[in-house]
Write a protein of this length. Sequence first.
Length: 158
Amino acid sequence: MTDQNPPQGQPDFQPPGGDPAGQPLPPVQPPAQPFPPQGQPFPPAQPYPPQGQPYQAPPQRPAGGRGSIWLGIGITVAVLLASWGLTTAVPYDSPLASVTNLLAGVLPFALVLGGIVMAAIPRTTRTGAGILIAIGAGILIAGGLCFALVLGLGAFGG
């Protein structure tokens, strides 16, 4: 490359579309906006709390009316004990055996369905959660007891 000096009286840099005589270009206008601005974008800032009004905390929900987890656990224990009692209290050859066995089989499913429905209703959410927690705990406890009894009896050659 060679160093070349610009001709005398002309600037070193010529912008594109510029006037070769060195005359200043008119200022560039910004492009038109598609939509004109509508009023102020934000409301003017105001002190909080508004002048002359004391601060008030937002209203709180009442503490009661949502049920109890312990009540749900108690309901589950009572229903599962009733289901177990129905199967053990009535002799197998009794005419009531088919009815009590059917009822004992339906009670746990009704308990699960009732727990889901109660958990979905805002007033009984905690009771429904207690029912579902107790069902899960009952399954874990029953499975653990079954496993312990099978191993304790030596069924696996222990």
